[in-house]
Design a protein around this ligand. Structure first.
Ligand SMILES: [Zn+2]
Length: 147
C-alpha cells in the first residue's frame, strides 16, 4: 500500500493527508486524500495522475490531446465542486468548455452556478445541457427543481 500519489507530469509525490475508512455492509474501503486535487488521464494506454499544481501552472496544455485536456479540466471542476470550492470549480469547467462543450460539463457548470446563488445562469445552462443531450439525467432533475 502506498502512502501517497505521484503526479505523472511533474513527478511530485504527495503524501496522503488523511485516510477515512468507510464500511458498507462487510466491505471496508479506504479513501485517502492528498492536499491537492488530481485528475486521471488515460495516456499511452495507462492511467496517469495529474496534480492541481500542473493544472494551475498550465503544464497540461502542451502535452495533452484535446480530449484528454477536456476530461482533465472537467475532473478538476468536479473535484473542486465536491470540495465546495465553487469559484475554482467554475474556472476549471469554463476551460473544459473552451476545449469542447459536452452536456456533462455544461450541467456541471450549471450546478456550480446554482451553488453560487446564480439561479438564472443555472437555468440557462441546464437548458443548454439538455439541448446537447435531451435525456441528460442530472440536468433534467436539477432544472425541474429550479423551475
Ligand atoms: Zn504535477
Amino acid at each position: 500500500m502506498t502512502n501517497g500519489e505521484k503526479c505523472g507530469l511533474c513527478g511530485t509525490f504527495y503524501e496522503y493527508r488523511k485516510t477515512e475508512t468507510w464500511t458498507k455492509g462487510d466491505v471496508e474501503c479506504d479513501i485517502a486524500e492528498c492536499e491537492v486535487a488530481f485528475a486521471i488521464v488515460q495516456r499511452d494506454r495507462k492511467e496517469i495522475l495529474i496534480c492541481e499544481t500542473c493544472y494551475i501552472e498550465g503544464r497540461m496544455e502542451p502535452v495533452l490531446s484535446r480530449s484528454q485536456l477536456r476530461g482533465a479540466f472537467y475532473q478538476f471542476g468536479l473535484e473542486f465542486s465536491k470540495a465546495g470550492e465553487f469559484d475554482k470549480a467554475r474556472s476549471a469547467l469554463m476551460k473544459s468548455l473552451e476545449v469542447e462543450e459536452t452536456a456533462d460539463s455544461v450541467a456541471a457548470l450549471a450546478y456550480v452556478e446554482e451553488a453560487l446563488g446564480h439561479r438564472m445562469k443555472a437555468v440557462t445552462l441546464y437548458q443548454k445541457a439538455l439541448a446537447i443531450q435531451p435525456e441528460h439525467f442530472m440536468a433534467k432533475a436539477n432544472l425541474k427543481k429550479l423551475l
